[in-house]
Design a protein around this ligand. Structure first.
Ligand SMILES: Nc1ncnc2c1ncn2[C@@H]1O[C@H](COP(=O)(O)OP(=O)(O)O)[C@@H](O)[C@H]1O
Ligand SMILES: [Mg+2]
Length: 270
């Protein structure tokens, strides 16, 4: 039988949900609203790679390099040491530190790709885990390009020995999958959600797609714990109304979203 090589993610219980881990060489879409745990998931992914002797490349567009390192340290991931050893490169965007070789001067896909490839060459031989957090930052002002950009990134990086996690931001109202790029090209989709239930914020994870994998289809409740990071609490039995809006509200939101998308498309093709 053909065995797929799978990468440990470093979150207890998640490898099992994923049938053993993320297949090496895959491009994974990690999607969800702000504050759902996308960045923290990505830090685990990189940290687990470094622990098993792989290299890491972390592209951060929403936070500074320092903020990523600090957040990682809260979970005892030694990113600073990894950078010093030459196992990890953090590429940030628009921080405009003069002469910094690992800063993107603009949110441009060609520049992103050339920096990642340069980083891969600098890190040297062997498999590298790449995180692009977030990918949606690259089409903020041109959402119609989302799919093409995602495809380009996947195609170009597939020539290198890397496994890629791309995150994408969603508003509550747009979590329905209209016109979004990375999900169309990804080999796997992990969706994070949040909801206020019984007066407190709960977070969830569901694997929506993982090629070549008999993955768990259940929704899992998760938590983020200081000193530890992401924790899988267990499968969640979703009651109607917990994670979804009433149908009439949904229909209205959908209508206005479609209208908005049409307008954006019209504007971007002018
Ligand atoms: N040290 C910590 N201890 C506990 N929870 C934390 C800690 N650091 C961050 N968090 C939680 O993680 C959340 C941010 O998650 P993050 O992965 O950055 O979200 P996203 O990238 O999806 O926007 C915070 O809102 C907070 O609830
Ligand atoms: Mg984030």
């Amino acid at each position: 039988m053909y065995e797929v090589e799978r990468l440990d993610i470093g979150i207890k219980g998640l490898n099992e949900i994923l049938g053993g881990g993320i297949p090496r060489g895959f491009t994974i879409a990690v999607v969800g609203e702000p504050g759902t745990g996308k960045t923290i998931f990505s830090l685990h992914f990189i940290s687990a790679g470094i622990s098993s002797g792989e290299k890491g490349i972390y592209v951060t567009t929403e936070e500074s390099r320092e903020s990523i390192v600090k957040q990682a340290e809260m979970f005892n991931f030694k990113f600073r040491d990894a950078i010093e050893r030459g196992d990890l490169i953090i590429i940030d965007a628009l921080m405009e530190e003069k002469g910094d070789p690992w800063s993107l001067r603009e949110l441009d896909v060609d520049e992103l790709l050339s920096k990642i490839i340069e980083a891969k060459k600098t890190l040297g031989y062997g498999h590298a885990r790449v995180v692009i957090d977030s990918m949606s930052a690259f089409w903020l002002d041109k959402p119609a390009m989302a799919r093409r950009y995602s495809y380009t990134v996947k195609r170009v990086l597939s020539r290198w020995d890397v496994t890629v996690v791309m995150t994408s931001q969603y508003a509550v109202t747009t979590s329905l999958g209209f016109g979004f790029g990375i999900e169309h090209v990804a080999d796997g989709i992990i969706r994070f959600r949040k909801a206020v239930i019984g007066g407190s914020l709960k977070r969830f994870l569901v694997v929506e797609k993982m090629r070549q994998t008999d993955h768990d289809k259940r929704v899992f409740e998760i938590d983020i714990v200081d000193g530890k990071g992401m924790v899988i609490i267990g499968p969640y039995t979703v009651s109607r109304g917990d994670l979804s809006l009433p149908f009439s509200v949904l229909a209205r939101i959908l209508e206005s979203e479609i209208k908005k998308e049409r307008e954006l498309l019209r504007n971007s093709s002018e």
